[in-house]
Design a protein around this ligand. Structure first.
Ligand SMILES: Nc1ncnc2c1ncn2[C@@H]1O[C@H](COP(=O)(O)OP(=O)(O)OP(=O)(O)O)[C@@H](O)[C@H]1O
Length: 259
């Protein structure tokens, strides 16, 4: 089977208070695709991501990872395949030290301590957080927590990387470092973001959610040129596609030039 395929069929989610977050979302993402899910606040992005490794269960429709539907029975295998970085790092960090948090995943997967430690150090180094290894997570800054949360997932070497707003709270250097890291991750990656310039740099495909539905699905350049679509979905063009207020020139290169 291909572990790397993510398929969502007519996915619906209504929260227990009656809020309807997803209204029949469908798409299929295949191995190696880099896909951004974008949309205004409240469009349903986080709700959608939380279905991809079973943190939320659909109230209608289904999610398939690889060739299997996501069910209670396939959940352990799905959680090994899909690495999820939550929007709020506090949802991900709960151990006494950063190192313990990053090593928790590989140890839980059954790797020997030595291998778990090797993977953890490598993951911390990839996010530039080796120096934080002995700190308690609650003593970290917001951006540091975010980087460590990403390391907790990288240490498990998932086949599919799912991230909810990965650059939120990062300083420009850390953002650039993360973009480089994501570019090196050659398996399937799916993330939500309001950072549309990052989408242009990293993605061949963007899915636009609006009010719990897919409003568009295609190459970012095409979507970002559709000004009427963007306005209807309460989005704006990435800064690099907006003309300079003085000379009108843009800094965005044409497709294929920068991915
Ligand atoms: N636990 C919850 N209980 C009830 N309603 C919720 C809950 N979580 C989210 N919602 C509602 O579901 C809808 C979609 O929310 P969601 O968090 O998925 O949006 P989002 O696109 O990720 O937004 P943002 O860009 O602000 O993070 C919103 O109307 C929100 O109020």
């Amino acid at each position: 089977m291909s572990h790397h395929i993510v398929e969502v069929r007519e996915l619906c989610h209504t929260y227990s208070d009656g809020s309807v977050a997803l209204r029949g979302v469908s798409f299929r993402i295949t191995h190696g695709e880099s896909v951004a899910i974008i949309g205004a606040n409240g469009a349903g992005k986080s709700t959608l991501l939380m279905h991809l490794n079973g943190y939320l269960a659909p109230t209608g429709g289904e999610v398939r990872i690889g060739d299997y539907p996501l069910t209670r029975g396939t959940l352990p295998e799905v959680r090994r395949t899909v690495g999820m970085v939550f929007q709020d790092p506090d949802d991900q960090l709960f151990m006494p030290t950063v190192f313990d948090d990053v090593a928790f995943g590989p140890l839980n997967l059954g790797f020997p301590r030595e291998e778990a430690e090797r993977r953890s150090l490598e993951a911390l180094s990839r996010v530039g957080a080796e120096h934080l290894r002995d700190k308690p997570p609650y003593r970290l800054s917001g951006g540091e927590k975010k980087r460590v949360a990403i390391a907790t997932v990288l240490s498990m070497a998932p086949d599919i990387l799912v991230m909810d707003e990965p650059t939120e709270g990062l300083d420009p250097f850390a953002r650039r470092q993360l973009i480089g890291l994501l570019r090196e991750f050659h398996h399937t990656k799916i993330f939500t973001t309001h950072d549309l310039d990052m989408v242009l740099e990293l993605c061949q495909r963007t899915i636009v959610l609006h009010d719990g539905e897919v409003a568009a699905d295609g190459p970012p350049e095409d979507i970002f040129r559709d000004v009427a679509l963007l306005a209807a979905c309460r989005l704006e063009q990435p800064l690099s596609m907006q003309g300079c207020p003085v000379c009108g020139r843009t800094i965005h290169q044409e497709p294929g030039g920068n991915r």
